[in-house]
Write a new protein. Structure first.
Length: 131
């Protein structure tokens, strides 16, 4: 199956999808395609996946199926600098925390929802070559 999987599609559920799409388009300058009626699908930077243990309360229901829940963290090389650029764009970040895996914060989207942002201090899978 691994040779048949060629990408991932992440769904963010927003109380103001149009405004949050504007954040990805205008602030992060994410490339995108418009699949009609202003519905934008964004190209993401390279990604990696970690699987964490969870209890049943954090599983998500989607289209009649019990799906795994997820948290989105964008990665950056310099958290302080990235936060300064977001602040200049009038985007609010949460407090910075130091974890064993890096430095993290949250980014408040126009809808009021938040995503994670972190500067990893661990090895990442981003640069691994496809076999």
């Amino acid at each position: 199956m691994a040779n048949r999987v060629y990408g991932a599609h992440i769904l963010l559920y927003s109380r103001d999808a149009e405004a949050d799409r504007g954040f990805f388009r205008d602030v992060l300058k994410s490339q995108h395609v418009d699949v009609g009626h202003g519905w934008l699908i964004f190209k993401l930077p390279p990604a990696e996946l970690a699987v964490h243990p969870v209890d049943e309360k954090t599983q998500e229901a989607h289209r009649g199926h019990t799906m795994l829940g997820a948290a989105l963290y964008l990665m950056c090389k310099d958290l302080k600098s990235t936060m300064q650029k977001l602040k200049a764009a009038k985007i609010e970040c949460g407090e910075v925390g130091k974890e064993s895996w890096g430095y993290r914060t949250t980014v408040k989207l126009p809808s009021g929802g938040e995503i994670g942002l972190y500067q990893p201090t661990h090895k990442t899978a981003i640069g691994l070559k496809t076999k």
